[in-house]
Design a protein around this ligand. Structure first.
Ligand code: MFK
Length: 621
């Protein structure tokens, strides 16, 4: 490796005055030689000349709202002007706050991870969870900023949900994962609001949606037990014993309880009959509401067994919890636990997606800022076409993901204000798992490629960059893995007898029609239109296929749904009268991708019973 080493005269004299043992000749990057002196004499003072005078410029964050042009232009096109004007000041100040104060707090939380003190000095079980002061400040900020409340105030009708999602998207990458308890809090508020259980509603809903930090509560979502988190019907062993006062006592072991400092939680359990027996499977599960502490701050018969030792998201106090007679209220009808908690799952899946796109945006912002200052091979990185091409590809991923998430939140807003028609509801149900699974994968791609764009610095812990990659890795895992969500897409197809996909294709055609007559977008429109038609045909033709074959195609099918839909969204945006040439380029580039992964692979024989056997053989023979 060749390096240029500048040796000031004074240092040379000092070096020579010590006993210099050997000299080496090195070349700098121009190939010119320079004689430098290396010494094994450890008496040498640690001088400025030996450290060198060059330091890299750390990437800086600007206002995260005003610097986000794709977001601003989406809002201008889609959000009504009166709503836009009403929320502008708030988003503008928040964009500054997340780049400054909140980002510092998020970093502090990462450096001060939670700790668990299980016993006091005298052996008494205390289960004290110690979190960073910054974690508590983030909680107060989240409440004051209405990061949950905005969605439920419905002040701007369906746009309240979009406004909240945008604010969370700005918050998430700076939040030190405080975005996680907010996701569950949002989901819990939604379930409680729709449950019709007025007693629980009066106890909790006001707290979950409060802007007052002294009143604000967060919620947990304790679904995963030792047997696993995907197959909840098999995995849930917790039992609920009916009490004379109408409440229940829960006994069980919750294996992954994110944000275990929550004030309340929703959890699944099996109600025992008079003989102590329970119904198996997911039909045996009911949903329960519990408060984690009593009036005096004592835990509600809950023991915190240990904190999880995780790859990332170390800011979060994720714990294993033993419920040992925890008092709880039943929130669903008997045996309707999974269907009832699905509302919460869908909200946390939306949060997962906005965290994914927020993380992508942050990585790209930092990489952009870095490349303006960093000089290599005689010029700034920003002037290296290959470097810019790499970042531009990430930017296209990020824009596509952003528009998908915003569109999903628009549909959710319509549903929550009873303005969604049947088509909107079907589209919302279909796009929820699709958006979650696809954006999570994109986030990993952008995080990994983004780190690489910083060279070695991307691998250095105290830049804060490696944590972004670690934290991104949870996105495809929690709230349903890519495969589990792909199977959820099949569930939607099955339950709606394909109607959800027909609505999806019709929606795409409507968006493409907005680009009619736009010569720059014609080939992109054609690509999306053909892909959508072929996908529809594939859906119809596969309706009676064997389940195993359908399952083998499910992931590629879901990816196709995502890519084709994003293509339509980008084209629609590019066709807008105020769009920029970069919007057109983004749409064109996206639509040159392999949009229809599933039908192309189907044609190559990827999903038949022969390939099923061969794939098993590749692994095990
Ligand atoms: C920073 C980012 C924010 C994230 C923070 C969150 C941290 C939280 C950490 C965790 O707690 S992670 C745990 C998350 N666990 C999961 O995501 C579970 C993954 N597994 C699934 O999603 C499975 O598909 C499922 C458990 C739902 C399968 O269960 P079943 O019992 O086999 O489902 P089944 O019988 O098909 O469906 C039962 C009912 O629920 C059906 O309704 P009906 O009975 O009326 O027909 C389904 O239609 C309905 N359902 C299932 N999923 C649904 C749904 N309805 C609407 N939306 C859905 N997504």
């Amino acid at each position: 490796m060749y390096t240029t080493i500048h040796v000031p005269k004074i240092a040379v004299q000092r070096l020579r005055s010590f006993c210099i043992r050997r000299s080496v000749r090195r070349c700098n990057s121009n190939g010119r030689g320079r004689e430098v002196f290396a010494s094994t004499d450890h008496q040498l003072s640690f001088s400025r000349s030996r450290i060198g005078e060059f330091f890299q410029t750390a990437p800086r964050l600007e206002n995260q709202y005003t610097s986000d042009h794709p977001l601003q232009s989406y809002m201008k096109r889609v959000v009504p002007t009166e709503v836009l004007e009403a929320v502008f000041m708030d988003l503008n100040q928040f964009g500054d706050q997340v780049a400054g104060e909140i980002n510092d707090l998020g970093r502090q939380v990462e450096l001060e991870p939670p700790q668990l003190e299980q016993y006091d000095a005298w052996g008494k079980r205390v289960d004290r969870l110690k979190t960073s002061p910054a974690w508590k400040k983030l909680r107060d900020i989240a409440a004051k900023e209405g990061l949950v409340e905005i969605a439920f105030s419905r002040l701007y009708g369906p746009w309240s949900r979009v406004y909240q999602v945008i604010k969370l998207y700005l918050f998430a990458p700076s939040s030190g994962l405080y975005s996680c308890p907010l996701a569950m809090t949002d989901g819990a508020a939604k379930v409680i609001e729709s449950s019709g259980n007025m007693m629980v509603f009066h106890r909790a809903y006001g707290h979950l949606t409060s802007r007052d930090p002294t009143e604000f509560w967060t919620s947990g979502q304790w679904m995963t037990e030792r047997k696993g988190g995907s197959d909840v019907g098999l995995g849930t062993e917790t039992v609920a014993v009916h009490q004379p006062d109408g409440r229940y006592r829960l006994y069980g072991y919750k294996w992954f309880s994110s944000a275990s400092d929550a004030d309340m939680s929703l959890t699944l359990a099996r109600i025992t009959d008079a003989d102590g027996r329970v119904a198996e499977g997911s039909q045996g599960l009911s949903l329960f509401y519990l408060e984690t502490r009593g009036k005096h701050g004592d835990l509600n018969s809950i023991q915190i067994q240990r904190l999880k030792n995780k790859l990332g998201t170390r800011q979060l106090p994720t714990a294993e919890l033993l419920l040992d007679g925890t008092l709880a209220h039943k929130l669903s009808d008997d045996g309707r636990g999974v269907a009832t908690i699905s509302d919460m799952l869908n909200i946390t899946r939306l949060h997962n997606s906005l965290n994914a796109v927020g993380g992508m945006r942050r990585m790209i912002n930092l990489a952009q800022n870095y490349c303006i200052h960093r000089e290599v091979f005689g010029k700034k990185l920003v002037h290296h076409p290959l470097h810019i091409q790499t970042l531009a590809r990430l930017e296209i991923e990020c824009r596509g993901a952003l528009y998908l998430v915003l569109e999903l939140s628009r549909l959710l807003g319509l549903e929550e204000t009873n303005e969604a028609n049947e088509e909107d509801q079907l589209l919302l149900r279909l796009l929820m798992p699709v958006t979650k699974l696809y954006t999570a994968k994109q986030a990993m791609l952008v995080a990994s490629e983004g780190l690489e764009s910083f060279g070695g610095q991307g691998y250095i812990e105290d830049t804060g960059l490696p944590g972004m990659l670690r934290d991104a890795q949870v996105l495809p895992i929690w709230e349903g893995t890519t495969n589990v969500l792909s199977l959820d897409v099949l569930r939607v197809l099955h339950k709606t007898q394909g109607k959800a996909v027909r609505v999806y294709v019709a929606d795409i055609k409507r968006r493409l029609s907005l680009a009619e007559g736009n010569a720059d977008l014609q080939s992109a429109c054609r690509a999306v239109s053909i892909a959508a038609n072929v996908l529809m045909e594939f859906t119809v033709n596969s309706a009676n296929s064997e389940l195993a074959v359908l399952e083998m195609a499910a992931r590629d099918y879901s990816f196709s749904l995502a890519r084709i839909y994003i293509g339509a969204l980008l084209i629609e945006h590019a066709a807008w009268v105020e769009s920029l040439s970069t919007d057109v380029y983004t749409a064109q580039r996206w639509c040159k991708k392999q949009l229809n992964v599933v039908t192309e692979r189907f044609a190559s024989g990827f999903y038949n019973s022969e390939s099923q056997i061969l794939e098993r053989d590749i692994l095990f023979n």
